[in-house]
Design a protein around this ligand. Structure first.
Ligand code: ADE
Length: 273
């Protein structure tokens, strides 16, 4: 049986290493450069875990400048089989309310200046042309664990949600926000892409829990999104995401992942030309 190791990518305000036991800090580098932060290794429920702060430990890296390839490569290299990501996001629907958690299942990609594949002919990178399938970007088996993990705490969560990922760092105009609603997006964020795509290329079991901090810019009876609003709502709700992650690690550890990991690897191997 493959030995499990679970990477946790902490988003804005959701990257607290205090939840681990046997903590150790490791600085690594990759063929793609340095990841956003050092890796904090440790254990949760006796399972090996690794925490990475997506924006750096002082939140110094903006979404376009995050070295997503280095982050995913570093987690893969250190032996992660799974990655659980946390994200702050805006809501584009009345039914996704501030403080709600969502186990993401789809994205719409509006980014335009990010390295989105490991297969770009980079020195030290893998060879060939990669066309990774993206119909279901997240690992369904890991998503199921995250959904199970979200039950029983009494807070509102959603089993699905389509997130539109914008380049940022600016927030959206009213017109853009309304357009994203027409496109069918439920949520809006800045970091899920290319992170989930690279995780899929790396054969990782990747799932993300997003937390609603605001209603972006479309809703007439709500203030438009701002750094102040996002920060305040994260402080009010961050412990929810932590609870879900803790429980998800416990549930993931209860099953055998060999078949799932093999399936992911077969998809990767069959997608290089
Ligand atoms: N992160 C949190 N809220 C957001 C929003 N409204 N747009 C983009 N990213 C966000």
């Amino acid at each position: 049986m493959v030995k499990l190791k679970i990477g946790i990518i902490g988003g804005t305000g959701l990257d607290n290493p205090e939840i681990f036991t046997n903590k150790n800090e490791v600085s690594v580098t990759t063929p793609y450069g340095a990841p956003s932060s050092s890796l904090i290794t440790g254990q949760l429920h006796g399972v090996d875990v690794v925490l990475l702060a997506r924006h750096g430990r002082q939140h110094e890296t903006n979404p376009s400048s995050i070295n997503y390839r280095a982050n995913i490569h570093a987690l893969k290299e250190i032996g992660c089989t799974h990655v659980l990501a946390t994200n702050a996001c805006g809501s584009l629907r009345d039914e996704y309310r501030v403080g709600d958690l969502i186990i993401l299942d789809q994205f719409i990609d509006k980014t335009f200046k990010r390295e989105c594949t490991f297969y770009s002919g980079y020195e030290g990178g893998p060879k060939g042309v990669m066309h990774i399938p993206m119909g279901h970007p997240f690992c369904e088996d890991t998503r199921k664990c995250m959904i199970e993990a979200s039950k029983g705490f009494g807070f509102s969560f959603h089993e699905k949600g389509t997130i539109v990922i914008i380049e940022g760092p600016r927030f959206s105009t009213v017109a853009e926000s309304k357009m994203f609603r027409l496109w069918g997006a439920d949520l809006i964020g800045m970091t899920t892409v290319p992170e989930v795509c690279l995780a899929k290329e790396a054969g990782l079991c990747y799932s993300a829990v997003a937390m609603v901090t605001d209603y972006d810019s479309w809703k007439e009876d709500e203030p438009h999104v701002s750094v102040e609003i996002v920060g305040q709502r994260l402080r009010d709700n961050a412990e929810k995401a932590t609870k879900v992650l803790l429980k998800a690690v416990e549930l993931i550890a209860q099953r055998d992942w060999d078949d799932v990991i093999k399936r992911h690897k077969d998809v990767v191997d069959g997608s290089v030309m």
